[in-house]
Design a protein around this ligand. Sequence first.
Ligand code: AMP
Length: 435
Amino acid sequence: MSKKVKFQTPTGMHDILPEDQFLYEKIWRVVDDVAAFYGFGKIETPLVEDAALFEKGTGGTTDIVEKQMYTLKTRGGDMLALRPEFTPGIVRSYIQHGMIALPQPVKLYAYGPLFRYEHPQAGRFRQFRQVDFEVFGEQSAALDAQIIQIFYVILKELKFSHLIIEVNSIGDNQCRPYYKKLLSGYLRPRQNSLCADCRRRIRENPLRTLDCKEEKCQRVRSQAPQLIDHLCEECKNHFKSLLEFLDETDLPYHLDPYLVRGLDYYTKTVFEIFSEQTMKTTGEGGEVVQRNALVGGGRYDGLVHLLGGKDVPASGAAAGVERIVSFLKEMEFAAAPAPVARIFLAQLGDLSKKKSLRLLEEFRKAKIQIAESLGRDSLRTQLARADKLEVEYTAILGQKEVLDGTIVLRKMDTGEQETLKLEKVVEEIKERLRK
Ligand code: AMP
C-alpha cells in the first residue's frame, strides 16, 4: 500500500494565513503613506531576472550570489534567478525605461517577496519580504540621510521604540583599493586565527572579513585598521556631511567603523538599523540585550554604470518585513479588527439558501455588513451564532417566506418579529440601522 503524501511548505518558506494578513497590510499602509509624502513612486519588477544581472550587480563574490541564489534554466535555455534582492532589478528598470531623461532624483520604492537559499533559523527565511527604497541621480549625502530617516520613521510609525542606527563609510574606487591592501597586509600574518571563509576572503574580498560573525574573526578584527582613517578627501567630506544631516534630524546613530555590508556595490555611506530588545535569561534574573537587524542599505554610485547605464549616483535601503511582523506580534499588536456585522441572515431549506446568495449580494452593494452561516440548516444554531455576534437584527428566510416573497425580521434584544416584503428588506434595514 502506498503511503499517503503529506505536503508541507518548502523549507524556510511559510504561508501567511488570513489572521496574519492585517499585520502585513498595516506595514504596506504605513510604507505607502510615507512613500507618498516623500515623493517616491511605486515600482514592481519581475520575481525573476537574468541571473547575470545579480552576478554582475550584487557581485560574484557575495554570499547572496555565491551560495544563496535560486537559479533556473528556462525551456528556451535562458538562465534566470529568483530575485534575492531588489536593487539590481530596479536599476535595470531605471536604465531600460530611460528614467535618466526624467527630472532627477528619481525616487522609487517597492515591496514583495525575495528568495535566498539560507540555513533557515529564527528571522531568516528562504522566501521573505522586503520593503525597498531607492533614489537615483543625486550625489548629496542629504539623500542618504533621507533614506535613513524614511526607514526610521516607518519603524517609529509601527511603534518600534529601541532603534539603533549604525553608519559607516566604505569609501570608493579612489580610497578603497589602498585600504584593502592595508587590511590584507594586516590579516595575512593572522590568517591562522581566522575561519576558513575569512582565509579565502583575504584574497577575494578582504572587506568581507570585517562582517564575519565568528568570534575568533571578530577578535582579529577589533585591532584591524579602520577604513574611515583612510578615506579620500571626497569620501571624507561626504561622510562628514552625512553625519551633520543625521545630527540635524536628531536620529540616534552610532558610528561602526567595521560595518561593511555583504554586497559589492556600495560606495561611501553604508548603514543598518537594529531594534534592541532586553530579554530575560534563564539564569539568576539575568538579562541580555538582543539585536535584530531590520534595515540595511547605502550608497551605490557605480552600479547604474556597471549595469550598462550612465554614470548615475544612487542610494537605497531595504527592510525585512518578516522581522517587523514578528516584532508586531510580540507587541501583541491589536488583533485584526473583524468587520462588525449588525445583521445576520438565517435561512431554512434549500430554496431559501438559493435566494440567500443573491440577497447577500444586495446587502453588499448597499454597504451593509451582514453575517451568515449558509452551511447550517437548523434555525437554533443560526440564532445562537447571531447572538454570539451580537447583531441587532436577524433576517430569517424560510421556505414559506420565499414563496410569499417576504422575510421575517427579528429584533435580537426583544425577540420581536415582523414580516417584511423581501424586495424591500435591504432598504428597510438600511433605514433602521441609520436610526
Ligand atoms: P539585506 O538585503 O541582506 O541587506 O537585508 C536587509 C534586511 O532584510 C535585513 O536587515 C533583514 O531584516 C532582512 N532579511 C535579510 N535576509 C533575510 C532572510 N533570509 N529572512 C528574513 N529577513 C531577511
